[in-house]
Design a binder for this molecule. Structure first.
Ligand SMILES: Cc1cc2nc3c(=O)[nH]c(=O)nc-3n(C[C@H](O)[C@H](O)[C@H](O)COP(=O)(O)OP(=O)(O)OC[C@H]3O[C@@H](n4cnc5c(N)ncnc54)[C@H](O)[C@@H]3O)c2cc1C
Length: 454
């Protein structure tokens, strides 16, 4: 397929970008791995479920309807179930390489003059004793079960960790009929109050969640953490404890809560694989962009959580600005994004920075790890193995990986790299992965043969 602009990712950022560019006369292809557009926030129930009220688990319904209806009438080709594993420069633009469907074995290509990356982010879950037990789930995964599969993971849940994502997960579970035994948040109200000015715009949303938690009688344990998950072959309960102001567990405050589900999350990290492989600069953990959302690789734009975690409003604003810019640069006109988008981006970036600081995981979380706590699930590397590597002189993620294989498995470090970096005492670095998805050897071989023949 050929297009002028390929937008990768159909979440809020990609949808806003595709609509803005199409409205300016650009031929857009919107590519996403999911079966329906919407991204994480507007995840739709699987079509086969025949949901009678598909919007029931969603907030921001009007925003979704505006994007969905816009897409239905815009000149945008939507390619769902397309898992993009690589974008490469090609004569006259770029080739987007994807694998089709759930099997991800059949290749597909999109050729475009320009590319806009809106691939979002993924969750971080920090390890603790017992976290590998069945019944312990990533909070975002629980959210995906509720919204996409319309199923509940259990009957009695604890929601724990840190970050705003815990609020929709706890309320979503309660509204789906699950008894939520506690929302265990390691950040305290004092820390949020220190950022009151930057977070003022989030107060109505926060108050809405507080009211829903009260309505469902969900106990909130602020400045607490889960220190252990219990169970033989599946989860039966967790031990929670209070934290002191330095982020250490207060001795003697431990208590046990019975539950069959623990939804746990410690924030989100930008997904930068495609950008990194294209050679775009990654700043901190997100793709670096200029005021028009251009990366430092000509012809490549980025918007939404791939540039830094900041929520759906920021993603929508960045997507609009990026789509306007891409269209203008393709047409040789003036970008002229809406003033509202520029204002929203500035405001949301300020609150995103405050949210990131206020909702940081407790500083001393790693002190809870036993020697046998698994850190890298794919390669079964324990905290003891990592500490052994540190004793041998490893001082960064890469050396720990070379000595222990942590991060070398199926997920390529997406799950464990934050924990490994923390144990090594260094900042996590954005990984350089040549492929964003596993690719069957046959697909690579076929491509090599075709290139050889052309
Ligand atoms: C697991 C999870 C759950 C969340 N739940 C909530 C919530 O309940 N409430 C809330 O306010 N915020 C939630 N957020 C945050 C919210 O999703 C974001 O603020 C917002 O959706 C960001 O928009 P985006 O367009 O940047 O990315 P996303 O919405 O994440 O969209 C990115 C899209 O890119 C696609 N994609 C990524 N890589 C590829 C690839 N290689 N090939 C093809 N397609 C690809 C994905 O399928 C996805 O559709 C959640 C985030 C996560 C990670």
């Amino acid at each position: 397929m050929k297009a002028e602009l390929a937008v990768i990712g159909a979440g809020p950022a990609g949808l806003a970008a595709a609509l803005a560019a199409a409205a300016r006369g650009v031929r857009v292809v919107l590519v996403d791995a999911a079966p329906e557009p919407g991204g994480q926030l507007f995840r739709q129930p699987a079509a086969g479920l025949g949901a009678t009220r598909p919007h029931a688990p969603h907030h921001r319904r009007r925003t979704w309807e505006r994007l969905r209806d816009g897409l239905a009438t815009a000149a945008v080709d939507v390619l769902t179930d397309h898992h993009v594993w690589c974008v490469e420069r090609a004569p006259g633009g770029f080739t987007v390489h994807a694998l089709l469907g759930p099997g991800q074995e059949e290749p597909a290509e999109v050729h475009a003059r320009a590319v806009l990356l809106a691939t979002g982010g993924h969750e971080t879950v920090l390890p603790f004793p017992g976290w590998t037990l069945p019944g312990v789930l990533a909070a975002g995964g629980v959210q995906a079960m509720l919204k996409g599969a319309l199923v509940v993971p259990g009957r009695r849940a604890v929601v724990a960790g840190t970050g705003p994502l815990l609020l929709p997960v706890a309320t979503g579970l309660a509204e789906a009929g699950v008894e939520v035994a506690a929302l265990v948040e390691s950040t305290g109200p004092g820390r949020l109050a220190r950022h009151a000015r930057a977070l003022a715009g989030k107060v109505p949303e926060g108050a809405g969640y507080a009211a829903r938690l009260l309505r469902h009688r969900v106990p909130v344990l602020a400045r607490h953490t889960v220190v252990r998950a219990h169970g033989e072959d599946r989860l039966t309960g967790v031990t929670v404890a209070a934290l002191d102001p330095d982020g250490r567990v207060r001795p003697g405050t431990e208590r046990r809560l019975a539950c069959d589900t623990l939804a746990v999350g410690h924030g989100l990290v930008p997904d930068t694989d495609l950008a990194g492989a294209l050679g775009c600069r990654v700043d901190g953990s997100g793709v670096a962009v200029d005021a028009e959302q251009r990366t430092d690789v000509p012809g490549v734009w980025a918007a939404g959580e791939t540039t830094g975690v900041g929520g759906a409003d920021l993603a929508l604003a960045e997507g609009h600005i990026a789509g306007c810019s891409a269209a203008a640069r393709l047409r040789g006109t003036d970008p002229a994004p809406s003033a509202a988008a520029l204002t929203a981006r500035a405001r949301q970036r300020t609150s995103a920075a405050a949210l990131g600081t206020a909702w940081a995981p407790p500083a001393h979380w790693a002190e809870q790890l036993n020697g046998d706590t698994v850190i890298c699930r794919c390669e079964e590397v324990t905290a003891g193995d990592v500490r052994g590597a540190l004793d041998l002189g490893a001082g960064d993620e890469r050396t720990v990986k070379l000595l222990t294989r942590a991060g070398m498995g199926w997920c390529q470090g997406r799950m464990c790299h934050t924990a490994v970096a923390a144990l090594a005492g260094c900042e996590p670095t954005a990984a350089k992965r040549p492929f964003a998805r596993p690719v069957p050897l046959g697909v690579l071989a076929r491509q090599h043969t075709e290139k050889g023949q052309s």
